[in-house]
Design a protein around this ligand. Structure first.
Ligand code: TYM
Length: 329
């Protein structure tokens, strides 16, 4: 049986990008694969969260993921730092990851541009830790959004390099996965770019109905088309992209036709979009509140998940260390 693994950093709240970009695919895979899901708390340290907020960040993400449909009976659910084998593999992979190739990663370049005051080594080797997360369970498929595509390429590169260097078939090459043909990029509401936790342009699964409506009504548009069948500006195209993700095909067809014959009223489109987003998210929000109160349940989920994850991780690490040449006295 093939193995599937996915993860998320433990910062902020889950937004539509996380849900429709990665999580929904993962949830659908839980019946057919050997499934691992984890919360990347070590990755989140690259941005130095305050110690008082660190654990609550993990709890928030765990709660929101369970509320979204992650099933602890079908998936091993764990926290990255509870599986020290990952860190050990990270050290070993760092020895075969080269500075130049890590510096060329788009996400690293973006981080340097946005936060020149905090270009730490953890940021540079972020994709190596991510490769360790994936390779420690010898995952074959990794449901992620478009923004993680390059990181998956690095994971494949390191898997191949390790196997070649040590002449051992330890790792399969993990593939980024989406049930559709392409990986998804969920746009933000600010007219350009992707929805992100730190961009302030997101709709969260945690948001109530009123704030979802408010955010959508405030989304950037333009004055409307004046020529039939004209090209959409990016901000409007983004609203249509969101509509395609959350609404029925007839709804998308209706507003596309209205755009093309210049009769569109963005207010109507936004109202429909907000209502359709709420249809997906409000039931999840209700569950977030319920699960968040059940510490005993959260504890048992993590206990069981950590046991499964460590068993799988230590089996891989034993093979890895053997291939590298470690022997006990
Ligand atoms: P993170 O925490 O930024 O996001 C978690 C998942 O959500 C997806 N995503 C999106 N997809 C589409 N459109 C968007 N606007 C959008 N925003 C976020 C991400 O692609 C991701 O799948 N490095 C990872 C966490 C990680 C990981 C891993 C993932 C660490 N190790 C191993 C998979 C396997 C990250 O920062 O994702």
């Amino acid at each position: 049986m093939e193995t599937v693994l996915s993860g998320i950093r433990s910062t902020g709240h889950l937004h539509l990008g996380n849900y429709f970009g990665a999580l929904k695919n993962y949830i659908k895979m839980q019946d057919e694969y050997n499934c691992f899901f984890f919360i990347a708390d070590l990755h989140s340290l690259t941005t130095h969260p305050h110690p008082d907020d660190f654990h609550s960040g993990v709890k928030t993400i765990l709660t929101e993921y369970l509320a979204s449909g992650l099933d602890p009976h079908k998936s091993a659910i764990f926290v990255q730092s509870d599986v020290p084998e990952i860190v050990e593999l990270y050290v070993l992979l760092n020895m075969i990851a080269y500075k130049g190739e890590l510096e060329r990663t788009a996400s690293f370049k973006e981080k340097i541009r946005k936060h020149p005051e905090n270009v730490n080594a953890g940021l540079l080797t972020y994709p190596v830790l991510m490769a360790a997360d994936i390779l420690i369970h010898r995952a074959n498929k990794v449901p992620v959004g478009k923004d993680q595509e390059q990181h998956l390429e690095i994971a494949r590169l390191l898997a191949r390099r390790f196997n070649n260097m040590y002449n051992a078939e330890v790792f399969p090459e993990p593939q980024a996965f989406n049930f559709g043909k392409d990986l998804v990029k969920v746009p933000g509401l600010d007219g350009s770019g992707k929805m992100g936790k730190s961009e302030g342009n997101g709709i969260y699964l945690f948001d109530d109905e009123k704030s979802i409506h408010k955010k959508v009504m405030k989304a950037v548009t333009d004055a409307g088309p004046t020529e039939p069948d004209s090209k959409m500006p990016e901000a409007v195209e983004n609203l249509f992209t969101l509509l395609k993700i959350v609404s029925e095909p007839e709804v998308v067809q209706h507003f596309t036709a209205a755009y093309n014959n210049c009769s569109i009223r963005y207010g109507d489109l936004k109202k429909q979009l907000a209502a359709d987003i709420c249809r997906h998210t409000l039931p999840i929000k209700a569950k977030i509140e319920e699960i968040g109160r059940d510490d005993a349940f959260l504890r048992s989920v993590i206990k069981e998940g950590t046991e499964k994850a460590r068993a799988s991780a230590s089996a891989t690490l034993t093979e890895v260390k053997r291939a590298v040449g470690f022997r006990s006295f």
